[in-house]
Design a protein around this ligand. Sequence first.
Ligand code: GDP
Ligand code: ZN
Length: 468
Amino acid sequence: MSAPANDPIAAIATAPGRGGIGVIRISGPDLTGLISQLFGRELAARHAYFLPFCDSKGEPIDEGIAIYFRAPNSYTGEDVLELQGHGGPAVLKRILDRCLQVGVPMRMRHAEPGEFTQRAFLNNRLDLAQAEAVADLIDASSEAAARSAMASLSGSFSTQVNNLADQIIHLRMLVEATLDFPEEEIEFLEKYQARETLGGIIGDMAELVRQARQGMILREGLHVVLAGQPNVGKSSLLNALAGDDIAIVTPIAGTTRDKVTQQIHIEGVPIHIVDTAGLRDTDDTVESIGIARSWAEIAKANVIIHLQDARTPNDELDAGITQRLPQRTPVLEVFNKIDLLDEAALKALIARPAAGGNTASSHEVSRILISAVHETGLDVLRSKLLQIAGWNPGAESPWLARERHLEALQKAAQHLLNAKDHAAQNDRVLDLFAEELRLAHESLWSITGQFSSDDLLGEIFSNFCIGK
Ligand code: GDP
Ligand code: ZN
């Protein structure tokens, strides 16, 4: 972030719109002057005062609660003033403007997104993973995600990262010390049981990677695309899964021309489902645009549900769709409308091999029989989606993780494995061993921000909401 790091900042911290109360938050190195100008008196730290908030002429704009937090005992680690007024946009803006006006001589300005939390990070009130957890807690879309975000915020992820980093630091110290005495290098690995120690660290790291993957699924969710011919029941399935009517269902083929996205939760895991225009050849320009978009969505999916009419499984058009599906993406071949099949037809369908298995394609294919209208088979579909996401039902997901965290952990794990290789060679490779440990360490520290670039910080904090 390019904004000066020290100017006092102010923002409305509550969500836009109307509410019972609204909060304005101000942070700066020293807010005592501002307080005495705003209220004509001092405020004791951490006491709630019921006061009028007045304009420049002394006319009350609102009245409410003022709380002063003296540095360093505040969210940002600086002086913080919180004003709780009535939660209307106009009144809050007037209070904010008044604060900014009084703050002109101290160069007070409007806060940028995430700037309060960024200051908390820069003043060591939070590490980077905890700062990210603040945003994730606010953005959490399920109770499970909120619980895990809170666990990250209170430091349970950071603690594990730091424990691993400490073990690596210890090993690094021993190696670096030995590097200064080349005659001891050969014995180093034996003398300090370096291989065993490293093996232990690698094991712990693998467990952390596993947990981070769970945490990431919980945060990012799964992008699922419903693909298939017109009229096979895509919109009906979306409605059945979502539990309310958001897509238009009609018996006329080709109704869903634009995509409809719905977010549902399965065991707290967010699943983003896109209903696409039915895939078929058409001369209708609008429809063909919809179909082109469908293919674009399909290309981005984590999982594709290839929905088909159970009465005409893998017909020529479906075979065509199967051919065009991306090779790397798992496909659920779902046969809908089984309520319309008689018993013999149902048995025949169950006995049929999956189409994907017959082709040369390498993607994973599973088959599921459902009736969207009668809501049969949906639980199997739901648990299959979770399984594909890599979700481990019942396995605790102690904290929320981001892709960035998982990548850093995997990178660190790779460097540890490289170090292990060097150690296995048992010749004079101690400097390579040391270098890999250093890289693993660096990668771990990028998670908590002890080692991170300004670009990364800017990217992380600019994605916050204002006032946080
Ligand atoms: P889409 O074009 O693939 O989105 O298909 P729709 O969801 O609009 O459904 C097309 C028609 O099939 C509608 O008349 C639905 O009521 C009907 N339909 C969808 N699912 C089922 C099902 O499981 N059983 C039966 N009998 N009809 C279904
Ligand atoms: Zn539809």
